[in-house]
Structures are given as C-alpha cells and as structure tokens.
Design a protein. Structure first.
Length: 350
C-alpha cells in the first residue's frame, strides 16, 4: 500500500476485479465475504491473486460466527483481515498465528480501546456519515481525533464521508493513517451494481440519504444509511410503522435471472441481472454521494479524485500556513516514503 486509500468492503458490490484494481493502483482493495461459503471464499481470493501480486484484504461481519470462513481465507494466504459488528477478541489470535494483521471497525473511542486491548493491529473509525451498515451515531470529524488520541500509536483508518481528495486530506489532518472509502467505489467500473442503482447514485445529492433500520430483511437491528427512495417515503408517509405493519411488506419487487426473489425491506443491494422495481430496494450510500457523479476506473478514482486532489489541497493549505516543509503533501500522503516491507499495509508499531 503506497497511497493512504483503502477500499471499504461494500457488500455484494465488491468483486475480485475491484479489489485487485484498487491494490494495483497503490491502495488496499478489500473483498466482503461475510455471507460467502468457505469454498467460494477460496475461489474469490484466488481470483484476486491472479489479478494482483499486491496485498489485499477480506472483511467478515462478526454478527455471525466466522471461524470457518476465516480459516479458509487464512489458508489461502490472505494477510489483511478486517472485521466489524462484534467482539474481535476471539479472532485476533487466529489472525496473528497465520501471520496476518487484524483491522477492526469501531464507532467510539472506548470501543477502539477495547479492540486494541484485544490485540487488534489497526482501528477503522467509522463516522455516521458512512453508507451501508453504520455502527454508531458520532460524525467523522469529532470521532477520528478522539479515536486517534485513545489508541496512539496504533494506526487509525477514517471511514465515513470521504469521496474526494479534500476529504482524504481532512482525515489525514485529523491524524488518520488512511481513508477507508466505500461509497465512491460503488461508482467504480468494476463494482457489481445494477445499472439503475449506479444511475441513482450518480444523480444523488448529499441531502438524499436516510439513516435508520428500515431495510432489515436478512440483518435485523442493524442501522444503515441508504438513498431515500420510494420504499422509505411510503414508510414515512404511513407514520413509520413497526416491522409487520409496514406498507408493502413482503411484496416481491425484483427477481434474478435464476428466479430468486427480492422483497420490499430486504437488505440486499441491487446487483446486475435483477429485473423489477430496482429503485425500491436498499440503495446504500453515504452522505458524500453528492461528491461522486461519474463512473470511473478504480485507478482513476485513486490517482485523480483522491491522491492528486489531496496533494493539491495539502499544498494549498501548506502555502497558507507556517508549516515546515516536512509536513507537506508528499510526506502526508506517504508517496515515495514507504519501504517495500512497509508498503504491505499499516501495522501496529510495537
């Protein structure tokens, strides 16, 4: 990893091609595998390895037991494992025994402290601006410095609200080691998203998202941020009724080529091959969506939209202050400063 950009695990929108492209561009690609059987986990990991020789990561949600999937991933020589939504303590020793590093997502400074006490190597601090499933309700701006101060010198990655170089520069200034970016990569060429979903994302503004737990099919009691669509508006108009009393609940709104049904209030995001009322499905997106309007290759997103923009921002700020030269853009971004060994991924400084 030569640039401070980590592609967040964006559920079923991730693909081996996306993760590999991000890693090849100097970031760290990540593959979401929480609901994938262990045999298919192996196949998807091998597909990434055929596309890149650079490090990449996998993500597992700890609401469900993940020992079998984790073992399969580690046996396939995955060396970066991220976890979220649960206690990382029982998984950390297994990850370390395999020579891998453990990243864990938190939503508070206290949660970060507990993760570090459990042996986690890198903390991902997620602000509530983030898209997809969101663990807390603290915004990124106050959360990042609080977590950085709580776990120093353990590296902290900043998640939530980052879609361009200005956001990346901001979280670096707050003490983060890198940006953990999801929504922007939904518009990557390799993202596995339905064309209608892609179009809705490209047209959305920062005011178009909704935070709540309405799309609970398959993952109950898990707050999330999505685009405010017809399903959300109908539920709001009905007085926000409880599950079981919501308008259109259980109605099939889309089907796959194989005949698989997607029902209203389901938690799956729209992927290619579905037909039906795509707009009514769970359209995960963060508040930064208003900054992302075009589909681009991952390398272009990283180089132009993120790294180059961050350099320009930091150089402009440096020119307006009395900051010494060693705090300039190149150093802040880590360009040209990492050794070959360090480029694998940030690790805890022992």
């Amino acid at each position: 990893m030569t640039l401070p950009v980590v592609q967040a695990p964006i559920g079923s929108a991730t693909t081996p091609a996306l993760a590999a492209a991000v890693s090849n561009a100097g970031g760290l690609g990540t593959l979401a595998l929480s609901w994938t059987d262990s045999g298919r986990c192996r196949l998807r990991i091998r597909a990434i390895q055929e596309l890149t020789s650079r490090p990449f990561g996998i993500n597992l949600v700890l609401v469900w037991p993940q020992f079998e999937r984790l073992s399969a991933c580690l046996e396939e020589a995955v060396r970066v494992v991220s976890t979220s939504w649960g206690d990382p303590a029982v998984y950390t020793p297994l990850i370390h025994q395999a020579g891998a590093i453990h990243l864990h997502t938190v939503s508070s400074a206290e949660e970060a402290r507990r993760a570090v006490e459990a042996g986690v190597d890198v903390i991902v601090a997620q602000g509530w601006e983030a898209g997809g499933h969101v663990q807390g309700q603290v915004a990124t701006l106050p959360l990042i410095p609080a977590v950085v101060d709580a776990v120093d010198p353990v590296p902290v990655l900043a998640a939530g609200g980052i879609a361009d170089g200005r956001g990346l520069a901001a979280v670096l200034a707050l003490g983060a080691a890198a940006g953990w970016i999801g929504t922007r990569f939904l518009l990557a060429t390799e993202a596995h998203v339905h064309p209608d979903y892609r179009a809705l994302l490209a047209a959305a503004m920062e005011t178009d998202t909704s935070y709540g737990s309405i799309f609970d099919g398959g993952w109950p009691d898990a707050p999330h941020r999505t685009l405010r669509n017809s399903t959300v508006r109908a539920w709001e108009a009905a007085g926000r009724p409880a599950p079981g009393e919501r308008p259109g609940e259980g109605e099939v709104i889309a089907v796959s080529h194989s005949g698989g049904a997607q029902v209203r209030y389901g938690s799956d995001l729209p992927t290619p091959g579905l037909t039906g009322d795509i707009e009514a499905m769970a359209l995960y997106a963060g508040q930064c969506i208003g900054l992302a309007h075009t589909t681009q290759a991952p390398a272009e997103i990283i180089a132009r939209s993120l790294a180059d923009d961050a350099r320009t921002t930091l150089e402009r700020l440096s020119a307006k202050t009395d900051l010494p030269h060693h705090m300039g853009a190149q150093e802040a971004l880590g360009v040209g400063t990492l050794t070959k060994d360090q480029s694998r991924c940030p690790t805890r400084r022992r």
